[in-house]
Design a protein around this ligand. Sequence first.
Ligand code: CP
Ligand code: NVA
Length: 308
Amino acid sequence: MRGKYYISVLDLGKEETLEVLEIARHYKVERKAGKRKNEILNGKIWAILFEKPSLRTRVTFEVAIRELGGETFYLSPSDVGLGKREPVKDVARNLERWVDGVFMRVFDHRVFYDFKRYSPNLSVINALSDLEHPCQALADFQTMIEITGDLGFHLAFIGDGNNVANSLMLMSALLGSDFTIACPEGYEPPKEIMDKALEIAKRTGSQIDLVRDPKIAVSRADFIYTDVWASMGQEAEAETRRKAFQGYQVNDELLKSAPEHAKIMHCLPAHRGEEITDDVIESERSLVFVQAENRLHTIKALLSFLSQ
Ligand code: CP
Ligand code: NVA
């Protein structure tokens, strides 16, 4: 596996994404039956380079690589100092000479463009950036498809137009599902991502909407998704954001406007009492730990797909 990328949801087409989700379904069945290991990665070595903390993304990647017969090592922010201790393009050209792939969690999405340009033989997977969280979207689509059996669902995202919202919106557009985001003014997804999603949606028949009123967003939702109001790196804005997002909490009152069958989703970690109440996240409607489990099956599937 050399020079394969999954930096944006749009790095794979519709059929390729569906193939990854099918492999993930297969891995989940196999794992439940006790079969965990294969040798698809055949000793390949991946660096994990994270500028931010992580539980789910790091652990599922580490487990996935081991179960697929590869190896990993972890580089913390202070080990590398991406763009500080040395330029990103130098880090890329060094790593390319030693490892097969790099799984990166970064503040600035543009770091990936330097890696693509300067280390074209290195495989790169986005473990979260300011713009996207494509591996999360894969797990979330596996979760939703498990429930509905198809892609004809409506996903309502309540809150910040952030990395998780962006990847979910792009994947909805790509796969033909409907997506509505309800967010306050000034917290919309970036215009270029919204425009891209709308353009793709014209082809796939997906309906993509942005509304202000969370009640309107959830009124025909099959899935109601939220994420933190202040993402990693935005801690200084937490108080301003708390004020801006008043009225955007996923709670019992909001759920009165949603269909009874609507399920609740969150990528975790959650700030209970802010974007979602403890009651709702702990309710029977909540899928949060299924999503977390599916992070493992989908990252195994993605690595397997990219190894072909
Ligand atoms: N959902 C998610 O990416 O969790 P971590 O930040 O713990 O990896
Ligand atoms: N939007 C959140 C997602 C964490 C998985 C963040 O970037 O902090």
